[in-house]
Design a protein. Sequence first.
Length: 96
Amino acid sequence: MGKESVGDQEALREMLHFFLEKMGATQVELSEGMGVSRPVVIDFLNKEKERLPVDREGLIQLCKNLRSRRASKRKLKREIQNTSEKEKLESSPDEL
């Protein structure tokens, strides 16, 4: 049985970008959660592929997986760096 694509592909693309940018998910987490290969997910996100072969169950599983995982170490490190840079700017704005 092949997977059928969900309806609104642009809304799906926006949702996946939200997971990546705002929730700290990785491309690997997205692909594993939906049961789709990483290159296919990347092509879909970059609009090189029009449809993502994922069904409703794949999206539900993705949401369950994302809820149960912590942010990746790389994402956490970047957040810490951004926070410390922001604190430096707030503590000494005249030094710029």
